[in-house]
Design a protein around this ligand. Structure first.
Ligand SMILES: NC(=O)c1ccc[n+]([C@@H]2O[C@H](COP(=O)([O-])OP(=O)(O)OC[C@H]3O[C@@H](n4cnc5c(N)ncnc54)[C@H](OP(=O)(O)O)[C@@H]3O)[C@@H](O)[C@H]2O)c1
Length: 299
């Protein structure tokens, strides 16, 4: 059986991906923090990707057929506040993973982000020039360049904003919305920040395909087809899941004192991925219905 090492395997995406790949691959879940629940989906590997020697030791020992590199410092504000840490994890860490994977001829699928774009246009394609305006985006783009220059067999997947039911401790913005709606707490959502949200299960299925199909190389945008503001997404979620949306308050990106710039429109086009992959990207409503069924009856 082929083996896959998932860095960031305990994260929101990594753990769901592990649960999907289990059965078809020997799955190795690499992260810093141990949790019993990880063992349901693979073998736990304690790894800090900032340590080049450790990364090499582990990758050489496992000799995975493929590596999904999902580990990152993902909090946009933290990346701006703690730049050295963000660089060490997102750039140096990526270089460590990339070099070691190449040494064992492993295929690499690197998870980048829609925030590599400057947010000045809509529906960015894989051909559009990245120009990140936040430090998180800068580090993730640097990671893309590293993978593209050091790896001979790779894909760069750029997911849009991901929503879905998490299966571990790391959750997503939509789950925070559900939590606040259930408690009737006010939620302020931007009506001038646009993304193309994508359902978690679709992202993971797409990554699974990218992993398995060596003929697919280069960059793929994994996102939904609908461009939507966070505010309208919140309203849609409330409507689909039957919550009272009177506590959702519209606000503007420009009223909020961010520690870093926030690109206003990082919507992407999924045309290339939709044409190559068998995974069908659900509409936002389909994804929300699916997520709701998992909240009610469990994953
Ligand atoms: N979620 C989204 O909407 C979204 C959208 C676009 C792109 N992405 C990209 O998709 C990937 C996964 O995102 P996510 O939402 O699943 O992130 P997440 O839930 O924040 O998980 C991050 C993972 O990285 C690991 N990690 C952090 N620092 C590490 C280090 N020094 N060494 C080893 N592991 C480390 C964490 O493990 P520990 O907790 O053990 O440190 C955790 O498993 C990221 O690369 C992100 O940039 C996510």
């Amino acid at each position: 059986m082929d083996s896959v090492l998932i860095t960031g395997g305990s994260g929101f995406v990594g753990l769901k991906l592990a649960s999907l790949l289990k059965g078809n691959y020997s799955v190795y879940i690499a992260c810093k923090t141990y949790d019993d629940s990880l063992l349901r989906f693979g073998e736990y590997v304690s790894l800090d990707i900032r340590d080049a020697n450790e990364v090499r030791r582990i990758v050489t020992e496992i000799r995975p057929t493929a590596v999904v590199h999902a580990a990152a410092l993902t909090n946009v504000n933290d990346c701006a506040r703690y730049r050295e840490k963000a660089f060490a994890i997102n750039v140096t860490g990526t270089e460590n993973v990339s070099r070691s994977a190449e040494e064992v001829n492993a295929r690499v699928v690197y998870l980048s982000t829609d925030l590599v774009f400057d947010g000045k246009q809509s529906f960015y394609t894989e051909e559009d020039e990245p120009n990140p305006v936040c430090y998180y985006g800068v580090t993730k783009l640097h990671g893309e360049y590293i993978i593209a220059s050091l790896n001979s067999n790779y894909c760069i997947a750029r997911p849009g904003l991901i929503f879905g039911k998490s299966i571990g401790s790391s959750t997503c913005f939509a789950e925070t919305m559900v939590d606040r709606l259930q408690k009737h707490q006010e939620i302020r959502l931007f009506n001038d920040e646009f993304r193309t949200p994508v359902y978690l299960d679709n992202v993971c299925a797409s990554i699974g395909e990218l992993l398995a199909r060596n003929e697919l190389q280069g960059i793929y945008h994994l996102c939904g087809s609908e461009r939507i503001s966070r505010y309208d997404f919140g309203l849609r979620l409330s409507q689909v899941m039957g919550y009272d949306y009177s506590c959702i308050v519209p606000s503007s990106l420009y009223d909020y004192p961010f520690v870093d710039s926030r690109p206003p429109d990082c919507s992407m086009s999924n045309r290339k991925a939709a044409a190559c992959l068998n995974t069908r990207f659900m509409t936002i409503d389909e994804g929300l219905y699916n997520m709701m069924s998992k909240i009610k009856i469990g994953p």
